[in-house]
Design a protein around this ligand. Structure first.
Ligand code: DOR
Ligand code: ZN
Length: 485
């Protein structure tokens, strides 16, 4: 056997336009054992068992959606790991991070292990699981870390699932613990006290139209929460990620915190970029989401922040619910959120086609940045030799109309129904295997695996260690032991 046959690739993807955060190059990609073996001129590719012609297509690192709710275990009528990851595969998404507001919430080692087993048995694509960071489960944080989480989720404000929001004292202590772990904490950054009070007052006044939901959550709830979180993160050294940035106003505390060196990153979602209060009457209730879709004046500043890098990540907050749960007349009883994991890429590619940004800029926010900030780069989020072969093959010229009835998600109701897009993922590959091919789902249930084992966060950067509750209580109990001795 000569060296060449030893180097036979499993798959070579020929003639595509390979997109990185810096450039688009005509190249072929050789894949072996789930990883990228070589990338370059077609003549330089090793022999392969299978050759796939991607002429005319763009080859992107698969999107990493760091914010989905796959509802499993707990709400099988809304979604489960099979339907959710099928939707992801159709959306060119090769890795998702799932939120902990399932039943029971992902708050201790046993529940985490059970969720890992469910996800591994059903997922078409790779995944990470968030562990809950709440006042009630401070004691189980070590179990969550041992069990393998991608990061923490802390609900500063209430949303679907009614997980209690820690007060500021608890949040500080939770950040102390998170800082020591080095993991990043994703934040639902809305001030709970303000929202609860306003909602109660509005309800008491008999106001229950959909704009009341917006009225209960003015931008100041986000400004306050982002500012406070940044202060506590700066003090403790906790790494934080501001989810679903919805307002122009919260960008200032985000930018200021970044400028003073806080390890803070940001995310937004297509609905804050492309929808506004002008859409409320078109899709009443359906558009209800936390944080709310706001006035159109917010869109441009959020776009600008995404393109200049103040916002690092485009994700979806994929939050599926049943039609009946989305169309109730009383807004206070409507379940908030809608599916998005499948539509993010076509919606954003439509903007690439419209000249809003380059396709390289898109790849930076959809794959490169999430991989970097979650400690997965360059194994994920890149098309480099040695990277996992997680790939979205897209036809930038393909026009398509989004139809709720056609989406893979079990939730067939979204504000995107009828929306025309240009740019569609046609094939999706996870670790070298097609999970979606020619817009058809492959027989890949159970192929997905957890990425926590390949995560490498930088060393923890704890600050003010001497002030942590842990340090102080340890010191005091040592002092007592000395006195007794
Ligand atoms: O609207 C929302 N729905 N916002 C969230 O933060 C949670 C999500 C859900 O789980 O339904
Ligand atoms: Zn969410």
């Amino acid at each position: 056997m000569n060296a060449m046959t030893a180097m036979t690739a499993d798959l070579v993807i020929r003639n595509g336009k390979v997109v990185s955060p810096d450039a688009v190059i005509e190249a072929s990609i050789a894949i072996k054992d789930g990883r990228i073996l070589a990338i370059g001129a077609d003549s330089a590719m090793p022999p392969a068992k299978e050759v796939f012609d991607a002429a005319g297509m763009h080859i992107l690192p698969g999107a990493i959606d760091d914010h989905v709710h796959f509802r499993d275990p707990g709400y099988p009528h809304k979604e489960d790991w099979e339907s959710g990851t099928a939707a992801a595969a159709f959306g060119g998404v090769t890795c998702v991070f799932d939120m902990p507001n399932t039943i029971p919430p992902t708050a201790d080692g046993d529940i985490l292990a059970a969720k890992h087993a469910i996800a591994a048995s059903k997922a078409h694509i790779d995944f990470g699981l968030y562990g809950l960071l709440g006042d009630e489960n401070l004691a189980t944080v070590p179990e969550l870390l041992d069990g393998g989480i991608i990061g923490f989720k802390l609900y500063m404000g209430n949303t679907f699932g009614k997980i209690a929001s820690p007060d500021t004292g608890a949040t500080l202590e939770l950040f102390e613990v998170a800082a020591a772990s080095g993991k990043r904490v994703s934040l639902h950054a809305e001030n709970n006290d303000i929202m609860e009070r306003r909602q109660k007052r509005l309800m008491a006044a008999g106001i229950h139209d959909q704009f009341a939901h917006l009225a209960a959550r003015p931008p100041v709830v986000a400004i306050e929460a982002v500012s406070r979180a940044a202060i506590l993160a700066e003090w403790t050294g906790a790494r934080i990620h501001v989810l679903h940035i919805s307002s122009a106003d919260e960008l200032r505390p985000l930018r200021e915190a970044k400028a003073r060196g806080v390890d803070i990153t940001g995310e937004t979602c297509p609905h804050y970029l492309m929808l506004s209060t002008d859409d409320y009457t078109r899709v009443p209730g359906v558009i209800a989401v936390n944080p709310p879709v706001r006035e159109s004046r917010n869109q441009e500043p959020i776009w600008r922040a995404l393109i200049d890098g103040a916002i690092d990540v485009i994700a979806t907050d994929h939050a599926p619910h049943a039609p009946e749960e989305k169309t109730r007349n009383d807004i206070w009883t409507v379940d908030c959120g809608f599916p998005g994991v499948e539509t993010q890429m076509p919606l954003m590619l439509t903007e690439v086609n419209a000249g809003r940004m380059s396709i390289s800029a898109y790849v930076r926010m959809s794959a490169y940045n999430p991989a970097r900030i979650w400690g997965l780069y360059p194994r994920k989020g890149a098309l480099l030799p040695g990277s996992d072969a997680d790939i979205a093959i897209v036809d930038l010229g393909r026009e398509h109309t989004i139809r709720d009835a056609d989406i893979q998600s079990r939730s067939k109701i979204s504000p995107w129904d009828g929306r025309k897009v240009k740019g569609l993922p046609i094939h999706t590959i996870v670790r070298g295997r097609f999970v979606m091919k020619d817009r058809k789902l492959m027989d890949t249930k159970g192929w997905g695996q957890s990425v926590h084992k390949i995560q490498q966060m930088p060393k923890p950067q704890v600050r003010n260690a001497e002030h942590t509750m842990q340090a102080i209580t340890a010191q005091r109990s040592a002092g007592r032991r000395e006195q007794i001795a």
